[in-house]
Design a binder for this molecule. Structure first.
Ligand SMILES: [Zn+2]
Length: 258
């Protein structure tokens, strides 16, 4: 369950990461994927917040690098995947687990979504999703430790969540992803509409997130590997591409060199 008054703020970090800050009106807060401690410490000081929880989606440095320093300053409980590369997790999270953040009156469900890394997880509650580097707005993560099959299954799991779910991914990649998505589906009208809005937001220096899962289902080629237009485009690269996994593999390989 999600508290209605939950406030979710983006803390920019590095070049294009977002660390999501969750607060519920009181002093307690949570952060998701704090790759860097300094920007988090600044915001906590400005807002007079006390860090109670840290949620981690995967082991990459730009998602966990700030944790040791944050733990020196705050007694926060760390939730994360079952992975020896993240030594400071206090509560290991597995598929179907319900994790409780009592100070924020929230319960989140854990989804295992491997492919970008083998132990990548996502956190879901009501209509918010923290999906790290698995699903991006108009894109998906690279397959560093998984296959197209893994990513297809992981994205199918996320695609089954309610359409109004807000997608809080960990990077501002939307505009570049949009250029690729338009190359895959030049005739997708919903994508043209999003492209205009994304360009408007970026030229005003604004964040493009969160999007909704419903928007992503209409416009994100990696959620559309069974759509005829996406399969047809994949077949121009590999004539044997079938809907689903094979199309996922073809468009990911294309994106990697786009
Ligand atoms: Zn990553």
């Amino acid at each position: 369950m999600l508290a209605n008054k939950l406030d979710i703020t983006a803390i920019p970090a590095f070049e294009d990461n977002y660390i999501w800050l969750l607060s519920a009106g009181g002093k307690s807060c949570a952060v998701v994927d704090p790759g860097d401690a300094d920007p988090v410490l600044d915001v906590l000081a400005q807002r007079g917040l006390d860090l109670s929880y840290i949620l981690l989606t995967h082991h990459h440095y730009d998602h966990v690098g700030g944790v040791p320093e944050l733990l020196e300053r705050y007694k926060a409980k760390v939730f994360g995947p079952d992975d020896e590369r993240i030594p400071f997790v206090h509560q290991v999270c597995r598929e179907g687990d319900q994790i409780e953040l009592p100070d924020l009156h929230i319960k989140l469900e854990v989804l295992e979504v491997p492919a970008h890394t083998r132990s990548h997880i996502a956190f879901f509650a009501d209509n918010v999703l923290f999906c790290g580097d698995t699903l991006f707005s108009l894109g998906c993560g690279r397959f560093f430790e998984g296959t197209a099959d893994d990513m297809q299954k992981s994205l199918d799991k996320l695609a089954a969540l309610p359409a109004q779910t807000k997608v809080y991914c960990a990077h501002e990649y939307t505009q570049a992803n949009c250029r690729f998505a338009r190359a895959v589906e030049p005739d997708n009208a919903a994508l043209q509409t999003r492209a205009v809005e994304i360009d408007r937001l970026r030229s005003a220096g604004k964040i493009t997130l969160p999007s909704t899962l419903g928007e992503e289902l209409e416009t994100n080629p990696f959620l559309r590997t069974r759509a005829q237009s996406v399969v047809d485009m994949a077949r121009k690269i590999d004539s044997k591409a079938t809907p689903g996994i094979a199309t996922m593999a073809v468009i990911r390989a294309w994106k990697d060199k786009f």
